[in-house]
Design a protein around this ligand. Structure first.
Ligand code: ADP
Length: 191
């Protein structure tokens, strides 16, 4: 599925984000930036040690990455030139500012991509794996944050791709995008 927002494309595909050829791919990292399971492990395995070296230097310089923030490194051996690492919230039932923090994670990645004059960026489904965020709610926040960023800012970003690893998650993102485009009011990221 593909739509156009303010001359930028938003696409939703099922696949492996490590194979994406966008200028950047986003990693759903953890605060220590030391790699881990899920998409984080897959990105470090595919991209090689240069990514981890830059992550270690970032943590040595600025400390652990707070939830909702993002940093950029090389893409190492990946097709993407850059990896943007962000930390999504751990789901605690919805009372710990999870929605706000998840929207912030998407927003900070887009901001960093624009500051680095990138044309395209791919996102995985941040926080919905090990971090336990309910997929339907996360999908609405992901889609509405990207759409409102593109609507409100003129940047170098021409293409945003959501790359979902399994068909259930893919379906939820398709529904969220249809909802956002169909005039049905999506849940606001701020709750
Ligand atoms: P988090 O800790 O933020 O929840 P996870 O990596 O555990 O991050 O899961 C986030 C999402 O990424 C899940 O939907 C998971 O299925 C998905 N995922 C895992 N590997 C890949 C991959 N190679 N490409 C795209 N998505 C992936």
């Amino acid at each position: 599925m593909e739509i156009t927002v303010n001359q930028a494309k938003v696409c939703i595909v099922e696949g492996d984000i490590t194979e994406q050829a966008t200028d950047a791919i986003v990693n759903a990292a953890n605060s220590g930036l030391m790699g881990g399971g899920g998409v984080d492990g897959a990105i470090h395995r595919a991209g090689g040690p240069a990514i981890l070296e830059e992550c270690k230097a970032i943590v040595a310089g600025q400390g652990r990455l707070p939830t909702g923030m993002a940093v950029i490194t090389t893409g190492g051996k990946l097709r993407a030139r850059h990896v943007i690492h962000t930390v999504g919230p751990i789901w605690h039932g919805g009372t710990e500012k999870e929605a706000e923090l998840l929207a912030s994670a998407y927003y900070q990645c887009l901001k960093l991509a624009a500051e680095n004059k990138l044309a395209s960026i791919s996102f995985p489904s941040i926080s919905t794996g090990a971090y336990g965020y309910p997929v339907d709610q996360a999908a609405r926040i992901a889609v509405s944050t990207v759409v409102s960023f593109l609507e409100n800012q003129v940047t170098t970003i021409e293409e945003v791709v959501f790359v979902l690893f399994d068909s259930r998650t893919h379906q939820r993102y398709l529904s969220a995008l249809s909802e956002a485009m169909g005039g049905t009011q999506p849940r606001s990221p701020q709750g």
